[in-house]
Structure formats: structure tokens, C-alpha cells
Ligand binder design. Structure first.
Ligand SMILES: N[C@@H](CCC[C@H](N)C(=O)O)C(=O)O
Length: 277
């Protein structure tokens, strides 16, 4: 099996292209190959597949074997992969995802290679039951989730996949491992949830750290950065465009007032290619 290791701001993936469908053992493969001691090591396994509705289709399996509906960092990696390897020659293309439909993607090219990718991430879903949460409100703003006697105020946003954004005094120093797993699996969130801890430093810049559903602490989360921007606008904390600073680097996120869509801009990078015996 041929694979390529890529990352988006340190959120790393094993990319497999050339298959026509997701293999039946994709979950087992993801768990085995994503293992950082006994496998290749990655946050997720990503398949680039043919699509009837778009230029390509992407499927992503988290490192615990669960399938995610969408992944912002992976979609940028897929876009760079298909352009830099010559599978596509145009700089505007479409990629179909499981949970967010067909997403338009624009590539910025430097020296013949993709340097930055802007993805139209679609409209955020704010209705609590659709995120999903068990809360029948639209939006879910200022509700609290209780874990071991500590109450966290959160905003719930789906970008095709579910997110819960919590503001803390120091996102950079926050103890992700202590609270992330308990929030991810809290009964308020029927399909589990990605948890973003955020600190707003100005109306243009937010620090964010993430505990990902099915993958644990990762260096970046594209959909999480989009959810954080949406939450920050809804809470009156930032303007509609801001830099979200993650452990692995910065993403620029904009929420367009006219069409209600979210645009994410950031890099993607190759690490190496290999063959799995
Ligand atoms: N890292 C991602 C999100 C990956 C999926 C997530 N763990 C989930 O289960 O929803 C991103 O960059 O968006």
C-alpha cells in the first residue's frame, strides 16, 4: 500500500490515493497505522477517492477508528496532494466530504507548488439538536456543561462535525488531558464532540487549543478554528475575520456576512511517501 504522510499545521495524516472506495477494514487500518509506536503515526487516515459530484471525494478516519464527517486540515492536504502530484491542473477545484457536502477550494501557487489553500467550509450549523447536542436551542450559547463539579460555559457549532467552544483565561497553558476526554464523551453530546479551549487576545486574534473527538490532543484543528471564530462572533468577542493561533501555527478564518459561509486559509505540507509492506 502506497501512502504519503502530510500535515496541516502539525495535524498529521496518512494520505492514500488511487483506491475507488473506502476499504472494509479502514477503521482497523486507521488504528494500526496511526499508532505512533507500532505504526506510521498520525492523527488520521485519509482516503482520496473519485466523486460523482466533485473533482475528488475525501474520507477521514480518526486515529481511534471512528469516521469523521469533515476535517479542515485534511482537506487542505488533499488539495495540495492532488495539485502537486499532477492529479489536477486547475487552481479552483471541489472536494466532496461526508458531512459538509461539496466544498470549493482555491489554491495559491508559489514556484509551481501549493503554498496556501482557501476552503469554502460552508455555513455553520447552530441549531443545538443538529450539532448535535441534547439542547433544543438555536444557537447554543452560554449553556453550561458540568464535569466533576466544574462548570464550563460553551458554544456549540457544527462545521459538518460537532464542536464545543469554551473560553478560558489561558488556552495555551490549559490542561487538555484533564478535561478534554470527559467533555468529549459528555452525555450532552450524543455523537461525542471536538472541544476547543480559546482565549481572545484582541478582536483579530484568538489562541486556541483542541481536544479532538477520536484523536485526542492535536496541534491544530481547521474545523475547530472555524467553530471558534463563529463562537467568538456570536459572543461579541471578535470581528468576522480573525487569526486563530493553534499549537502548530495560524489559520485565517472569515465568516462572510452576505452568504453566511466560512472561509479558512492556511498551509499544508508533505512529510514523506512510503510503501507499507
Ligand atoms: N483535525 C480536524 C478534524 C478531524 C475530525 C475530528 N477529530 C472529528 O472527529 O470530528 C480538522 O482539522 O478539522
Amino acid at each position: 500500500m502506497e501512502f504519503t504522510k502530510m500535515h496541516g499545521l502539525g495535524n498529521d495524516f496518512i494520505i492514500v490515493a488511487g483506491e475507488t472506495a473506502l476499504p472494509d477494514n479502514a477503521a482497523e487500518l486507521a488504528v494500526r497505522l496511526c499508532n505512533r509506536f507500532f505504526g506510521i503515526g498520525a492523527d488520521g487516515l485519509v482516503y482520496i477517492l473519485p466523486s460523482d459530484n466533485a473533482d475528488f471525494r475525501m474520507r477521514i478516519i480518526n486515529s481511534d477508528g471512528s469516521e469523521a464527517e469533515q476535517c479542515g486540515n485534511a482537506i487542505r492536504c488533499v488539495a495540495k496532494y492532488v495539485y502537486d502530484t499532477g492529479l489536477v491542473g486547475k487552481t479552483e477545484l471541489t472536494i466532496e466530504t461526508l458531512g459538509a457536502g461539496v466544498q470549493p477550494v482555491r489554491l495559491s501557487i508559489e514556484s509551481g507548488k501549493v503554498a496556501q489553500v482557501t476552503v469554502d467550509m460552508g455555513e455553520p450549523i447552530l441549531n443545538g439538536l443538529d450539532v448535535p447536542t441534547t439542547i433544543d436551542a438555536n444557537p447554543v450559547l452560554g449553556h453550561t456543561v458540568e464535569v466533576e463539579g466544574r462548570e464550563f460555559k460553551f458554544t456549540a457549532v457544527s462545521m459538518g462535525n460537532p464542536h464545543c467552544v469554551i473560553y478560558v483565561d489561558d488556552a495555551v497553558g490549559f490542561d487538555l488531558a484533564a478535561w478534554g476526554p470527559k467533555l468529549e464523551k459528555h452525555p450532552l453530546f450524543p455523537r461525542k464532540i471536538n472541544v476547543e479551549f480559546a482565549t481572545v487576545n484582541s478582536r483579530e486574534q484568538v489562541d486556541m487549543r483542541v481536544w479532538e473527538r477520536g484523536a485526542g490532543p492535536t496541534l491544530a484543528c481547521g474545523t475547530g478554528a472555524c467553530a471558534t471564530l463563529v463562537s467568538s462572533v456570536l459572543n461579541g468577542l471578535t470581528g468576522r475575520e480573525a487569526t486563530i493561533s493553534l499549537a502548530g501555527g495560524d489559520l485565517r478564518i472569515a465568516w462572510n456576512e452576505d452568504n453566511n459561509r466560512i472561509y479558512m486559509t492556511g498551509p499544508a505540507a508533505f512529510v514523506y511517501s512510503g510503501t507499507l509492506a
